[in-house]
Ligand binder design. Structure first.
Ligand SMILES: *[C@@H]1O[C@H](CO)[C@@H](O)[C@H](O)[C@H]1NC(C)=O
Ligand SMILES: *[C@@H]1O[C@H](CO)[C@@H](O)[C@H](O)[C@H]1NC(C)=O
Ligand SMILES: *[C@@H]1O[C@H](CO)[C@@H](O)[C@H](O)[C@H]1NC(C)=O
Length: 646
């Protein structure tokens, strides 16, 4: 007979009641599958003439954990997708995933009597079926793993939606049965778990919601066993840099290698509300083309995924990445802290690329973020850090982070140059040619000495910053920042070379030089500011988005100061020409007057009018400019700044 009891009740019951003749139907109804179906799991509906569906089952079989210790219990549940889809009958058994595929473990009798246990293959209670075929949205059963079995099991299930519509061999995800000591802390169904969501899976079909951070009772470093053996029996690495030594990591990983077994432990930071924690194996300490192992709490349990990362756009992709090369051994989510222990295969080939843990050397890249994407993880906003050195995982050593020192230096130098010294240098050249007249530094007019000093500084900082970023990246990358930046650097590089060939003050080429020098300098300045705006978007820079507003503030301030200088310059010119006309006319040649009106250098004894205003404004401008530069440099150097105050 059958899962014929599995009969669609709406159909079978009225018929049975009416005729009392459809024997198979009525007799089977309250009893579930008989033991003759132990092997085939096929219901003998209509004498075997009704065949199982070939379509994908609208029902799923899920387990409360993907790993269980020997002799321990986990909860299995069968339910519809979408939730609420009813089914009538079912039969379930756990089988060894590998030959000889025997039935393993034992189901616990259900308290409410909705499940009937069966003895298949001469073993007690190792399969379960329904005790009545009434419509049900879900069934949950506890299953105890055998004490003498190690390996993977799959819950193999037959589910009948109706009398003539049923699916045979619907599998669960594999469950790893491990030695008990290894799984001591696998969250198991307990009546009232404290802040531990990984239980009673039957009732947690809702999407994952990060559990709230509860109490700041971080383990004292001395009691945190995660760090035991770091640098001795396992390689530990996490962020912030240097946190392993002080046992104060926000997120961290530990890699233990025993023979050919590669175990990765991962833990997210307490209070970070992490949606995932991941470790990447990378050739170059940068995101992109890395093998990433992610632990992600989902639907009531922690899952492990393998991804291949890409640098443009920044992403971690699971498509076409073998998921069977990583196996979850232990996992928990307690007080929002994700912990998992994953065993990786020694060799993983992703899209033709081999990750050979035995022979290869890799940088470890720890990352954690607060969001998930469809079949992927979100941006690592909580943090990430690559190890400075590539290591062979089996060689235990002290690891420290790649410091981002060069990236930060690049940013700091460029900001000092283009927010700081360039802005001042331009102001001197444009508005101070007729101030401090007569006083000289190193044999040059004041304005020129200052202009040259600031611009030489800009030039040196820019060239240094550009070399630094090449040392860091070692290859060309093309995006808005790098392109505007490159044009800036070229213009900047050419400016002093042009200045070397400056024609004499009276040369007829001099106006062309002035014009070209002015254009090159200002173009470089504008492009540099644009490039700084673009840098805020670069993931590598880890800059806060609100840095844009500080930059906008700088631009507004800068333009405002130029306006005031220009207006005062016009006023000054007007007064100046009066002065010339009334007092100095007789002394001056026509040529000198002409030169003076054009603001060109000439020997004079007197500042243009409003010198005091210009000097005062310059003082204010310098102070505010310095403040802008300092704030921006701090943002770059301390990036990500949120971590400093967070
Ligand atoms: C599940 O049961 C069906 C029917 O006995 C069988 O064909 C299939 O191989 C089983 N699957 C597993 C994973 O044991
Ligand atoms: C098997 O299940 C029945 C209930 O269906 C229960 O009474 C019995 O004690 C179980 N046997 C074992 C060995 O657990
Ligand atoms: C399993 O994970 C828990 C942390 O959630 C830990 O306390 C326990 O020691 C782990 N078991 C092993 C063997 O690593």
């Amino acid at each position: 007979m059958s899962l014929s009891m599995v009969v669609e009740w709406k159909r079978c019951l009225p018929v049975a009641l009416a005729a009392l003749l459809i024997v198979g139907c009525v007799r089977g109804l309250p009893q579930g599958a008989p033991e003759t179906v132990c092997d085939t799991m096929l219901p003998f509906h209509a004498g075997g003439t009704v065949l199982p569906e070939n379509s994908v089952s609208p029902f799923t079989v899920e387990t409360s954990s993907s790993v269980v210790g020997q002799g321990q219990t986990l909860r299995v549940s069968v339910s519809g997708v979408p939730a609420g889809l009813n089914f009538g009958g079912f039969m379930i058994q756990a089988r060894n995933r590998n030959p000889p595929y025997q039935i393993v473990g034992q189901f616990s009798p259900s308290r409410d009597g909705t499940v009937k246990l069966m003895n298949c293959e001469n073993s007690v209670n190792n399969s379960a079926t329904h005790s009545n075929a009434g419509p049900k949205p879900q069934v949950s059963i506890d299953w105890q793993s055998p004490v003498d079995f190690l390996g993977q099991v799959v819950f193999n299930t037959t589910i009948a939606q109706s009398y003539n519509q049923f699916w045979v061999g619907v599998p669960s995800n594999p469950v790893q049965v491990v030695r008990r000591d290894v799984s001591a802390a696998v969250p198991l169904p307990t009546p009232n778990p404290p802040n531990n969501f990984n239980v009673n899976f039957a009732s947690t079909r809702s999407p994952y919601v990060p559990p709230n951070y509860v109490a700041p009772n971080v383990l004292p470093a001395s009691e945190d066993t995660f760090y035991d053996g770091c640098g001795q029996s396992k390689n530990c690495f996490g962020f912030p840099d240097g946190c392993v030594a002080s046992k104060s990591c926000v997120s961290l990983t530990a890699v233990t290698v025993r023979g050919d077994i590669y175990e990765f432990e991962l833990r997210s930071g307490k209070g970070t509300n992490a949606a995932y924690v991941a470790v990447g194996l990378s050739d170059d300490a940068k995101m992109g083309e890395d093998l990433s192992t992610e632990c992600v709490p989902e639907n009531g349990r922690v899952n492990v995924y393998t991804s291949y990362t890409s640098a443009s756009p920044y992403s971690a992709n699971r498509a076409n990445v073998p998921q069977n090369t990583a196996r979850l051994l232990n996992a928990s989510l307690v007080d929002g802290v994700i912990y998992c222990k994953v065993q990786r295969e020694p060799l993983t080939v992703v899209r033709g690329r081999s990750f050979d843990l035995r022979n290869g050397v890799y940088h470890l890249l720890v990352a954690s973020g607060s969001s998930l994407k469809e079949a992927s993880v979100g941006y690592h906003d909580i943090g990430r850090l690559p190890s400075a050195n590539a290591i062979n995982l089996a060689v235990v050593q002290d690891l420290s982070g790649s410091t981002q020192l060069l990236v930060r230096l690049h940013g700091a130098f460029m900001i000092a140059a283009w927010i700081g010294t360039t802005s001042l240098g331009i102001i001197f050249a444009r508005y101070f040619k007729q101030t401090w007249v007569g006083s000289q530094t190193c044999g040059k007019d004041q304005w020129f000495a200052w202009h040259r000093m600031f611009m030489v500084t800009t030039w040196s900082l820019t060239v240094a910053a550009y070399i630094i970023i090449w040392v860091e990246l070692k290859r060309a990358v093309w995006h808005a920042h790098s392109i505007t930046g490159l044009i800036t650097v070229i213009l900047c590089f050419l400016q002093p070379i042009g200045a070397l060939f400056r024609p004499g003050p009276n040369d007829k080429m001099r106006p062309y030089f002035n014009w070209g020098h002015w254009l090159g300098g200002n173009l470089a300045h504008i492009l540099a500011i644009v490039a700084i705006f673009f840098s805020v978007k670069l993931p590598k820079a880890e800059l806060p988005e609100w840095m844009d507003w500080i930059l906008v503030g700088f631009v507004v301030f800068h333009v405002l100061v130029h306006l005031i200088f220009s207006v005062s310059g016009i006023a000054s010119d007007r007064q100046q020409s009066q002065r010339i006309n009334t007092f100095q006319m007789g002394d001056m040649t026509h040529h000198h007057q002409h030169a003076m009106r054009n603001g060109m250098s000439m020997e004079r004894k007197m500042d243009a009018p409003y010198g005091g205003l210009r000097k005062g404004l310059l003082g204010v401008y310098s102070v505010v400019l310095a403040l802008f530069a300092v704030v921006l440099i701090l943002l770059v150097v301390l990036a990500p700044i949120e971590k400093v105050f967070g």
